[in-house]
Design a binder for this molecule. Structure first.
Ligand SMILES: [Zn+2]
Length: 497
């Protein structure tokens, strides 16, 4: 009797299972829309796969960091996304414990296919460090086998010894070549669309993440960023392509140049402690009123930057509409209200498939302090810097962060991560996913905050609990401690559902 019961039971169960298998998808869909898995990304460069092996590295990313998406540094000449730990900083507890300062070069770590670069002088960009290695071709199949996504990270950072680069350089206020590559130069635009098309056609990737942290001339003149010095006499760009674009936009280039010369004088006077009769802020504001061409020229830079992003997106979608393009939104957008005013999340949401919003909180303390000291030495020179910081906190809707003297040591808080994530989520109004960039071991000064596992856990948790669609661990695996990656992964497993 038992066997019979069991058999009847078995038949009933099987039938039920078959039924539910047939019905389940519909029922599930009716009950609840299927949830998209959160995107847990890791920024990583070629050197890590070379030093540590593809499979062991992917094992670490998956098991420790709960990573399901690679943001593979494919094009840059910068050390923020590529190369081993930067010189002068301690190596993490994995990878080669040897500086690559002498061997690092940068460029395209995949294989540039010449047909995509027909319309640009930038034809020789292949990174020379690892002859014979195509990092995308090497890593992609291994990632796919594990069900991981792969985006190629491309960054607008060049060096001046690349064949063709000098012809494309920006021209500064005094007619000198310098700065980066002019985004109005047709060869530069053709390079970016060529690179994007090449990567998307030549490899079965999921899309691109585009990095461009360059500022317009107004912010550069004021040093209104975290990393830069104040270089008001070197602002760009006044090249022929820029002048043509300015003319087309109805801006008087000579007036713009005159305005920036006066701005340069204002900045230099401020740094020399020569106070204008009406005070620094009033003098600055008067300059903007007298020379509306200053902000117009600044906007011209942003327009080019966004035009390149739009052209890259169009090129990518032209290969396959399902491919995705994300934009990296730089740190200065978080703590500089002047920059914030030039970025509109609702607008950005219409241009990108996702936004990686920088909310780096450990290095954020040091960077924010630098920004306050920069603007506090010119435009807001009349305001004691600690008061300026508190005032700025109000403008930015920051909570209870450390005072100026303690900020670099304290870093910014997980509350900062939550507030900035929330601002981005509200800004895009559901039109595009927000993936906060989480600071894991981003290098800081000797006495400044270093990311601890607890810090990283708290920041990752804050971003996910606020409702982010995922996170991207930044800046690069080769500067992260394993315990810190593990702490981030723990937060993902607990709060990333
Ligand atoms: Zn130009």
């Amino acid at each position: 009797m038992k066997p019979n019961t069991n058999r009847r039971e078995f038949i009933r169960t099987t039938a039920a299972l078959t039924m539910s298998a047939a019905l389940a998808p519909e029922l599930l869909r009716a009950a609840e829309p299927p949830r998209r898995e959160k995107m847990i990304g890791m920024q990583i460069g070629a050197v890590s796969f070379v030093d540590e092996g593809v499979e062991p590295t992917l094992d670490i990313l998956q098991t420790k960091g709960a990573v399901n998406t690679l943001f593979l540094t494919t094009f840059t000449y910068g050390r923020g996304l590529a190369g081993r730990q930067i010189p002068g900083q301690p190596f993490p507890d994995h990878g080669k414990q040897e500086s690559d300062e002498k061997t690092f070069h940068g460029g395209n770590y995949a294989t540039p296919h010449p047909e995509f670069y027909a319309n640009t002088v930038l034809k020789q960009t292949r990174a020379p460090e690892f002859p014979g290695l195509d990092v995308v071709a090497t890593v992609l199949p291994a990632a796919r086998k594990r069900g991981m996504k792969l985006f190629c990270s491309i960054e607008d950072v060049f060096r001046n010894d690349i064949p063709g680069v000098k012809e494309l350089s920006e021209v500064d206020l005094q007619g000198r070549k310098g700065g980066g590559l002019c985004l109005y130069h047709p060869d530069v635009r053709a390079f970016w669309t060529g690179l994007a098309t090449d990567l998307c056609k030549s490899y079965d990737i999921d899309g691109l993440l585009f990095f461009n942290e360059r500022n317009g001339p107004l912010l550069n003149a004021l040093g209104a960023s975290h990393a830069q010095s104040i270089a008001s006499s070197r602002v760009t760009c006044f090249c022929e392509h820029h002048q043509r674009a300015g003319k087309a936009a109805g801006i008087d280039c000579e007036r713009a140049r005159e305005g920036f010369v006066k701005l340069d004088q204002f900045v230099q006077n401020a740094l020399a402690d020569k106070r204008p009769g009406d005070g620094y802020f009033v003098e600055f504001w008067r300059l903007l009123i007298d020379y509306p061409e200053i902000t117009a020229w600044d906007r011209l830079f942003d327009a080019a930057k966004h035009q390149v992003l739009a052209e890259v997106t169009a090129a990518v979608k032209g290969v396959r509409p399902g491919l995705q393009v994300g934009f990296h939104i730089e740190h200065v957008n978080s703590f500089n209200p002047l920059f914030r005013a030039t970025r509109n999340y609702a607008d950005l949401a219409t241009k990108a498939d996702f936004l990686k919003v920088v909310v780096y909180n450990n290095c954020g303390g040091e960077r924010y302090a630098n920004f306050i000291r920069n603007v506090g030495s010119t435009v807001f020179r009349d305001v004691p810097k600690d008061e300026l910081l508190r005032f700025n906190n109000h403008l930015l809707n920051y909570g209870n962060e450390a005072g100026l003297d303690d900020l670099a040591v304290a870093g910014l808080s997980p509350d900062y991560v939550a507030r900035e994530t929330e601002r981005a989520l509200k800004g895009v109004q559901g039109k595009c996913p927000i993936l906060p960039g989480i600071d894991i071991g981003i290098p800081t000064g000797k006495n400044s905050r270093k990311a601890s596992p607890e810090d990283t856990y708290a920041a990752t948790r804050a971003a996910l609990q606020t409702g982010a669609h995922g996170v991207i661990f930044s800046r690069k695996y080769s500067e992260m401690q394993l315990a810190t990656i593990e702490a981030a992964g723990k937060a993902v497993r607990e709060f990333g559902k």
